[in-house]
Design a protein around this ligand. Structure first.
Ligand code: COA
Length: 160
């Protein structure tokens, strides 16, 4: 049984994340999406909201589940008995950050391998922060995120 973890802040989950997740789900027998609670980023959505927004998009992916985690990613991977971490690489600009993180994680836990998946090029410019910026200014984000995420963004910014 080949298991992997797909970690991220997912604030919020985008169509690009979904694309990576679908690819990972076709390669592994089980994929656990791991929502970081203590990411360095100031999140718009709570970890519980981020988990729920992802869970609602798992139709057709019976081998995927979603949890949140705190602390070191490699420690979480070890607890889950998972030997692979999946990360999406959208463009060359992602590479340096991902490369450093993968090597640091390997240094911390040599048994855990990081694997990179390229999402469809249609998502190469999609990012959670750009989507939030557009939604905050009243723009239409329905092309970039699942419908439930677009609704949650509208609601979150209507309150502010
Ligand atoms: N499609 C669209 N966007 C994508 C994408 C894809 N396929 N893949 C990445 N992105 C974007 C996200 O939208 C996000 O954009 P933003 O920065 O503009 O908001 C960015 O790329 C990355 O976000 P995300 O994929 O959610 O992951 P992250 O980089 O925030 O996740 C952790 C980082 C959680 C994996 C990392 O901080 C971590 O491991 N934390 C735990 C603590 C730890 O172990 N630290 C030591 C690390 S060496």
């Amino acid at each position: 049984m080949k298991r992997c973890i797909y970690p991220g802040t997912f604030d919020p989950f985008t169509n690009g994340h979904l694309d990576v997740l679908q690819r990972a789900a076709s390669l592994f027998s089980h994929v656990r999406v791991a929502v970081a609670i203590d990411s360095t980023k100031q999140a718009l959505f709570t970890p519980e909201q981020r988990v729920a927004l992802i869970q609602a998009n798992l139709h057709g992916l019976p081998n995927v589940d979603v949890v949140s985690f705190e602390g070191l990613l490699v420690e979480f991977a070890r607890q889950q008995q998972s030997h692979a971490i999946i990360r999406g690489l959208r463009a060359l600009s992602d590479f340096e950050f991902e490369f450093n993180m993968a090597l640091m994680n390997r240094h911390l836990e040599p048994e855990v391998e990081t694997l990179f998946v390229m999402p469809n090029e249609a998502f190469s410019y999609t990012s959670s922060s750009l989507v939030k910026q557009i939604a905050k200014l009243g723009g239409d984000v329905r092309k970039f995120v699942p419908a439930n995420v677009a609704r949650a963004l509208r609601k979150a910014y209507a309150k502010k």
